[in-house]
Design a protein around this ligand. Structure first.
Ligand SMILES: [Zn+2]
Length: 355
């Protein structure tokens, strides 16, 4: 990790952070980037930088990490910072909600954590925006992922964006700017983060203890935080290298224990790469050697891809995990093994999705 003051900063965020601190005066910023690149981290760092009370560290080098304000942010208890996250993401991002009676009830009822940012939470943020800053440096409200505000929440928020309230500044973080209402997008100053340079990402991943980081970084489309998420699920470089061969062999254990969205994502990448190779292009996610000899006909790949898209679009469906994984592997096996000459009907589309 690079450091700004004593705050850990993802190395590829150092320059965008400095630039934004030095140049941005808009009251609402839209930080957008591919997933796994750190737009949420940048949002928090910017908020911390704005709230930083250092008298010695220049603006572009904040947050200092040692002033009272920076320490309050680190302790997740700054009175002028509000972080809006779907309940389902809070813990993973290190922003678990403080214990509340409501939270207790939800836990007791074993309600599934919400994947949306709810309208009550947005209203609470708006209410905070209208109050006086506790520490005199204004207020910062980070919303991530901004597209998870549902339509009602987004509408409630729009009014605040239209008529900026007091000294509050908003940071909307997203990997899907297109999914945001145009009315919201147009009222924010946009900052686009690019994928980090491969060398920078590889070096950072190695420092995080990832062996052969190039393999998983390619597998994750260059998005380093996604590599960490994969590694936490026990997927290493060897797993990824062996993945095409195991799917082609119909080995269900290749996907066992994987969350369904991740399994579908990996299969979509495999399908993409096999199609690329069949079309004479270079694969993007898997090493060419691991795909050698897999060249199904285009119509087989088109059908496989359509089936995978159906799964991806219904990822929230309460599928029977084991049957679904078996079905996914079977589709992959059929698609990858069907020899060119034997491709007529049948193959992938003769299989029915099991629910
Ligand atoms: Zn500070």
């Amino acid at each position: 990790m690079a450091e700004t003051g004593s705050v850990a900063v993802l190395p590829w965020l150092v320059a965008p952070l400095r630039r934004a601190l030095e140049t941005q005066t808009a009251h609402a910023l839209l930080l957008h980037a591919p997933g796994g690149v750190g737009q949420f981290e940048l949002g928090i760092l910017l908020a911390q930088g704005w709230l930083c009370e250092s008298t010695t560290v220049p603006l572009g080098e904040r947050p200092c990490g040692i002033c009272a304000s920076c320490r309050l942010v680190a302790a997740r208890s700054h009175p002028d910072l509000l972080v809006l996250l779907p309940e389902a993401l809070r813990e993973g991002l290190g922003w678990a909600a403080p214990e509340s009676e409501e939270g207790g009830e939800e836990k007791a009822g074993k309600k599934k954590p919400s994947k949306d940012i709810r309208v009550e939470e947005v209203r609470a943020a708006i209410a905070l925006a209208l109050t006086t800053s506790s520490r005199g440096r204004g207020k910062a409200i980070v919303i991530h992922p901004a597209e998870r505000m549902n339509a009602i929440a987004a509408n409630a928020f729009l009014k605040t964006l239209e008529e900026p309230a007091g000294d509050a500044r908003f940071l909307l973080c997203t990997a899907a700017a297109d999914a945001l209402a145009p009315t919201i997008r147009s009222r924010c100053q946009a900052i686009a983060l690019e994928l980090p340079a491969t060398e920078v990402a590889v070096e950072w991943l190695r420092a995080q203890g990832i062996a052969e980081p190039e393999v998983l970084l390619a597998g994750c489309g260059g998005q380093p935080q996604d590599v960490i998420a994969l590694a936490q699920l026990g997927v290493d470089a060897a797993t990824w290298r062996n993945f095409p061969g195991r799917i082609a062999a119909g080995d269900v254990s290749a996907l066992r224990g994987w969350p369904l969205p991740l399994a579908v994502d990996a299969l979509q990448k495999l399908c993409h790469d096999v199609a690329s190779v069949a079309a004479g292009a270079a694969p993007r996610y898997f090493a060419a050697a691991t795909l050698a000899g897999r060249a199904p006909a285009l119509d087989t790949l088109v059908r496989w891809s359509a089936e995978l898209r159906r799964f991806a679009e219904n990822a929230e469906h309460p599928w029977n995990a084991e049957l679904t994984l078996e079905s996914l592997v079977e589709q992959g096996r059929e698609a990858l093994q069907t020899p060119r000459s034997a491709q007529r009907r049948g193959g992938v589309d003769s299989l029915h999705l099991r629910r």
